[in-house]
Write a new protein. Structure first.
Length: 97
């Protein structure tokens, strides 16, 4: 089974909100940055992880089950298409700071 249209819209909404609020995530990333790596990669991974985690939590709550293989594949396929936008938002936020 693949993600429903409503699930896809919900995921895209989470991505849009994360992009709009990239400032909060980049500030958090600066405070949490590990001793290795850089704040850009950390903020990017943090935002992607938050979006994926929030979506999975909502999906599980709404459907009473976890995603199956096809739904998980859809989730990551959609995220792959949205990741350049997330990356740009992080870069823009860090450049303006």
């Amino acid at each position: 089974m693949t993600l429903s249209i409503d699930d896809r819209k919900q995921l895209e909404g989470l991505v849009k909100e994360a992009i709009k609020d990239a400032k909060s995530s980049t500030l958090l990333a600066r405070k949490m940055i590990p001793s290795q790596g850089d704040s850009r990669d950390f903020a990017y991974g943090l935002i992607c992880g938050i979006v994926i985690g929030n979506f999975i939590e909502r999906f599980t709550k709404d459907n009473g089950r976890q995603l199956d293989k096809d739904e998980t594949a859809d989730l990551f396929l959609i995220m792959m298409t949205k990741m350049p936008s997330i990356r740009r938002a992080v870069m823009n936020e860090l450049e303006s700071a």
